[in-house]
Design a protein around this ligand. Structure first.
Ligand code: ATP
Length: 299
């Protein structure tokens, strides 16, 4: 288990991370979210000991993380950092040996992961000959070649097409089953929503939301009501508690401030003709994120 307790980091006078605490259990996928500059990479660097923290404690299974724990950690950095003149095999052997593995084990694991990512043919190719997405797969393989207890993924999906995103997700889920603690940052809320169980949202280095995705969504007051009927937007816009009404080709989406306002919307829907659907949903993580962070969040 990774435990981050009351961690603060200053760059000069600037507080980049402010009294941050969270835990990632074994076999848990944890999302660290925030806009550019929120403090995610700084947090990751403190976890692996690349940066000194000013205050707080970080432990992995109860022990402080220092260079003796390198073999238990995998880190996919945000800035991709492969040695492009090396072949895939040379690159992975290099990282594997740094993590204390012998060459035979590295090659066995490399063959497995190359096959898993459908890129076995690239083993003897130079990194620079590979597409960006495939280079990212190789970097990912270097991060997991030591079968880490703690896997840190800084923007693992950036620049990947949807097929590769889903391949990465499958592998991450497989690692979760093997009890790896996984912490990742992403700008794409739909990725976080798809497979992350717990999360922290950082704003200016401070946690503004921390907990399980399910609980966060359940406890969030605002709800979205999906209606399929012959209805006019204006009917609902005038109702108390209605924040917005959106009509698309398929349905009308009525956003209400809290579930207390749902019955009034229901009453109004009953007045409409051809009602085929009335469905109440929790807001998406993106909506919660925008609400908490208060800015339009772009990729
Ligand atoms: P992004 O999503 O853009 O990668 P981030 O959430 O990872 O952002 P950090 O890179 O951790 O954010 O940066 C947090 C804050 O600290 C930013 O305001 C950044 O400008 C500042 N910062 C980061 N590194 C340094 C440094 N070496 N010296 C001074 N300030 C820094």
């Amino acid at each position: 288990m990774l435990k981050v307790e009351n961690v603060t980091k200053y760059y000069g006078d600037f507080k980049a991370v402010d009294n941050l605490s969270f835990e990632v259990q074994d076999g848990e996928i944890f999302g660290l979210l925030g806009v550019n500059g929120a403090g995610k990479t700084t947090t990751f660097r403190m976890i692996i000991g690349l940066l000194e923290k000013n205050e707080g404690i970080i432990t992995l299974n109860g022990e402080k993380i220092d260079y003796t724990k390198t073999d238990q950690i995998g880190f996919l950095t945000e800035e991709r950092s492969l040695l492009t003149k090396l072949t895939v095999k040379e690159q992975v052997i290099y990282y594997g040996i740094l993590k204390g593995l012998d060459e035979k084990t590295i090659l066995e694991r490399l063959d497995y992961w190359l096959a898993r990512f459908h890129i076995s043919d690239y083993k003897e190719k130079k990194i620079k000959e590979l597409s960006k997405g495939n280079q990212q797969k190789i970097q990912f393989i270097t991060a997991i070649i030591n079968e880490p207890k703690l896997l840190i993924l800084d923007e693992p999906f950036s620049g990947l097409d949807p097929i590769n995103v889903s391949q990465f997700m499958e592998v991450i889920k497989e690692l979760k089953k093997k009890k790896t603690s996984i912490i990742f940052s992403s700008h794409r809320m739909e990725h976080v929503e798809m497979f992350c169980e717990k999360l922290v949202i950082l704003v200016h280095g401070k946690s503004v939301l921390n907990g399980s995705l399910k609980e966060i969504k359940k406890s969030y007051q605002k709800k979205n009501i999906h209606v399929k009927a012959e209805a006019q937007k204006e009917q609902f816009e005038k109702l108390k508690g209605v924040v917005s009404v959106e009509q698309n080709a398929e349905e009308m989406i009525i956003k209400v401030d809290s579930e207390d306002y749902i019955p009034k919307v229901f009453e109004e829907v009953k007045k409409c003709q051809n009602v085929t659907e009335f469905r109440v949903e929790d807001p998406t993580l993106n909506e919660i994120f925008l609400d908490k962070v208060g800015v339009v969040y772009e990729n």
